[in-house]
Design a protein around this ligand. Structure first.
Ligand SMILES: [Ca+2]
Ligand SMILES: [Ca+2]
Length: 267
């Protein structure tokens, strides 16, 4: 009888004899194929590194029954925004139906990442998925309030206040800006407790109203500008000669009035 494959795909060799009912010599040639990687996905394809997670998942199908998910190694190899690869590091875990990897990206650079899923079966056969791209973004800073101690001042006095600002990724630089008819005046605010404080002299500024802004910039260079709903008003103090002149005029009038009263005998 000719050599054949049995219903399980195993190779069956028969003795080259004319007696067909003799017991066959049966041996098995294991034909092991690599894993199939199905439904490889990344979600979401763009996310914020601290406040959101990214999940990479796939279904892995092995061809031999003994190649169980527990005996299958699946990694997400990752190409960083710099172009370098991190391989065989991010192990994907089996959840009953899919292999998954999920995490935030705190501390990592923003930009475009490429993930390639690598599956290795029990016998070392390996498959790679098509590339999966995703973009990691930076959360912009938050500015929630500006507090000004005194909003109406004389030109030359200091404007003092504080700014409430923060950023989930880390440190920020903060400045206060005042915009009036004479242009912009800026001052850097310094972290003090939970807010950023500042003090700026208005010497040389024009009198009038000033719109107040606070700008917070994070380490990635992303800025948030907040406009204070209230303004600051600068007034001009009376010039000293005008004050002296006014006082002199008042004294002269008083003296003249006194002399007039005396002249009339009205003392
Ligand atoms: Ca296999
Ligand atoms: Ca940020």
């Amino acid at each position: 009888m000719p050599d054949v494959l049995d219903p399980y795909g195993r190779f069956v060799a028969w003795n080259n004899v004319s007696i067909c009912n003799i017991a066959p010599l049966v041996f098995t040639v294991i034909s092991n194929g690599p894993p199939m990687i199905l439904n490889a996905t990344v979600y979401p394809t763009s996310f914020y590194r601290v406040t959101q997670n990214v999940t990479v998942s796939a279904i892995i199908v092995n061809d031999l029954t003994e190649e169980t998910p527990e005996l299958t190694e699946v990694y997400m190899n990752l190409k960083m925004p710099s172009g370098s690869w991190v391989n065989d590091t991010y192990r994907m875990t089996y959840n009953g139906t899919h292999f998954k990897w999920s995490s935030d990206f705190e501390g990592n650079a923003t930009g475009n990442y490429v993930a390639v899923i690598k599956a290795t079966d029990l016998y070392g056969q390996t498959s790679m998925s098509a590339p999966l791209s995703f973009t990691m973004m930076n959360n912009p800073p938050q500015v929630t309030a500006i507090t000004i101690q005194t909003r109406t001042l004389n030109v030359g006095e200091n404007i003092t206040g504080s700014i409430t600002a923060s950023d989930v990724e880390g440190s920020i630089s903060v400045k206060a800006s005042f915009h009036g008819s004479d242009g912009w005046h800026n001052v850097t605010a310094t972290l003090s407790g939970t807010s950023y404080t500042f003090s700026i002299s208005t010497s040389g500024w024009s009198a009038g109203d000033y719109t107040v802004y606070a700008t917070a910039t994070d380490a990635d260079g992303t800025s948030t500008v907040y406009q204070d709903p209230q303004k600051v008003t600068l007034t001009s103090p009376l010039p000293i000669m005008l004050i002296v002149g006014a006082l002199g005029a008042a004294v002269a009038i008083a003296v003249a009035l006194l002399l007039w009263r005396r002249g009339k005998g009205l003392t």
